[in-house]
Design a protein around this ligand. Sequence first.
Ligand code: DGY
Length: 325
Amino acid sequence: MKPKVFIARPIPQEAIDIVAERCDYRIWDKKEPIPRDLLLAQLADADGLVTFGGRVDREMLAHAPRLKVVSNISVGYNNFDLPEMKRRKVLGTHTPHVLDDTVADMVIALMLAAARRITELDAMVKAGQWQKGADFDLYGVDVHHATLGIIGMGRIGEAVAKRARFGFSMDVLYTNRRRRPDAEQAVGATFVSLPELLRRADFIVVLVPLTEETYHLIGEAQFAAMKDSAIFVNVSRGKTVDEEALYRALSSGAIRAAGLDVFEREPVAPDNPLLRLKNVVTVPHIGSATAKTRLEMAKAAARSVVAGVHGERPLYVVPELQELL
Ligand code: DGY
């Protein structure tokens, strides 16, 4: 009998075919998220689950007695209850590498959009408010030759640093749990403490995973330490930043602007005050969302779930669960 896999959201046929070749599968193929009770019911006999960041918690795992592997179609895995997965010997996998360049492109896009006020001015032009005359009040700031501070120098950080250094002649500072001499060598980045980075950088990008240690890593004190001309970009997870402190910093002029791919609550509430600010550029958590990259992510997740349910070694088990291998 083939192992059973539940795929909890629509994925491309190519990725489904990878699962179908060696497993029986069922798929939730509707656009809206699968209701929790239906998901729990589907897990009763599942050996593997493919999910896109859905909560994998104690209750869910209790409904999945046969589960061997949860395969996330994302690089972040803050949706995993790691201690409980470890206790139940359920592997968790993610999809690093394939999205690095795509997410790095989005970081640069948000930096440029916030610095040159692209969305604000786009709205102005489309509203028919472009008038001839002095245009001082439409000026932005330069990205090129400015100083970039990267908080979290993993693979995506390095891809951002490369673009910044070689594409925009920026000075690149970074802070990270451990120093990265290889990245320093490759992209000429300089390792500094977080306070020094906040004090010196013109652009500050958060790229850390969300963990207990990084929850609200950037808050009131960190915004206060930034230059009042600083542009802040978050493409990691919303909860790494204290959003109320960010709102106060942006609305009081303590920093200049922000580019946000992620929010503390997603989808963002329509009445979130950040959405009313002209100096905020937003996108709906689409850092990795190009068709090509999402296909590669889905294929990687499909390969991992197939390996996991067959007792083979999936390529990208998250570090905290590698001891289960
Ligand atoms: C990731 O891969 O973690 C992206 O943020 C998409 O969820």
